[in-house]
Design a protein around this ligand. Structure first.
Ligand code: HEC
Length: 295
């Protein structure tokens, strides 16, 4: 495990030194554009493909050696089972993830779903946060302060989501679209994905609305198609080599709003749930491979 993490750090550093890989932002950066102009085009393309292949090899090797996400699954399991918070109760005994109290297995691939006790459709992370607040007595504002992992810090809810997700490994996505509450939120998510605004007049679909689109070396999945949506949700929550951090789809959504130059949506908000409902339901029927590794 330790060796794997060290290897991951080395790889992430190696990737970070290649500007084409470390790119998190849209291709509109003037400096990057100028640099690209100076380079002969075919060479750039070859380099990208080689880097992609290299990364694929790495990911396979790392998963063979021990997926770093497993560490967070184990931490999440302990957090799930321990009595904690001002109310000193465990999530295991109080938090219903949709398939009954005490059931974790299979719940991740069936979220987002409607929770009558909250009167809302919720994705896995939002539900876990809701339980931490409502059942354990943690303060929502505290949980929203630093909701995503930083260099030396992983939020408890990230580990919890990773644990819950791990117990849906090899199961099929089955967001309950027949439920009218879920269907309504799905339709909202579809609209949000299509909504163009901001300084560049971008929507999610500007980058993720057609097959085979790329920015630099990153393939941009078409989240409206089954295949694309499957790519989009597989591997999350994921251990991200860029920055060596365990991150969830809540983070991914926030970061894509940033790429879109939109104000970031609230943590665990309706907007994020609607997008996750749209994407995950589009992946219905595909098999979830468990928490993974992301570039
Ligand atoms: C300016 C282009 C752009 C816009 C607009 C954009 N994204 Fe992205 N998105 C990207 C890039 C680039 C990546 C890959 C980042 C990486 O690999 O580090 C990505 C990654 C993703 C992923 C993860 C894919 C994977 O393989 O794991 C998802 C899911 C996603 N975006 C959804 C969205 C949603 C939903 C929106 C609208 C809120 C959106 N994106 C808006 C560029 C964009």
């Amino acid at each position: 495990m330790r060796q794997t993490l060290i290897a991951a750090t080395a790889i992430a550093l190696a990737f970070a030194m290649q500007p084409v890989v470390a790119q998190d932002k849209p291709a509109a950066k003037p400096a990057a554009k100028m640099a690209a102009k100076k380079m002969a085009k075919p060479a750039v393309v070859e380099e990208k493909d080689a880097a992609t292949l290299e990364f694929e090899k790495f990911r396979a090797k790392m998963i063979e050696d021990g997926n770093p996400a497993e560490l967070f699954e184990a931490q999440g399991e302990e957090l799930w089972k321990t009595k904690r918070g001002p109310n000193n109760v465990s999530l295991a005994e109080t938090c219903d993830l949709g398939l009954g109290l005490g059931v974790v297995k299979g719940t991740y691939v069936q979220m987002p779903r409607y929770f009558a006790d909250a009167g809302k459709v919720m994705d896995a992370e939002r539900r876990i946060v809701w339980c931490m607040v409502e059942k354990q007595g943690f303060k929502a504002a505290d949980l929203a302060k630093k909701p995503f992992a930083a260099e030396t810090y992983t939020p408890e809810q990230t580990s919890l989501v990773t644990y819950v997700a791990g117990l849906s490994r090899d199961m099929k996505f089955a967001v309950p679209l027949k439920d009218p509450h879920v269907k309504e939120v799905y339709e909202i998510g579809k609209e949000v994905a299509n909504h163009r605004a901001g300084p560049y007049d971008f929507s999610c679909n500007t980058c993720h609305g057609v097959d085979g689109k790329r920015i630099r070396m990153q393939q941009l999945p078409n989240i409206s198609s089954k295949a694309g949506a499957t790519t989009a949700v597989l591997g999350w929550p994921g251990y991200r080599m860029t920055g060596n951090r365990m991150l969830t789809l809540q983070w991914r959504m926030g970061d894509c709003f940033r790429q879109q130059r939109f104000p970031q949506p609230g943590y665990a908000s309706d907007t994020v749930t609607s997008l996750l409902t749209f994407m995950t339901a589009n992946a219905n029927g595909s098999t979830y491979t468990g928490p993974g590794i992301k570039r």
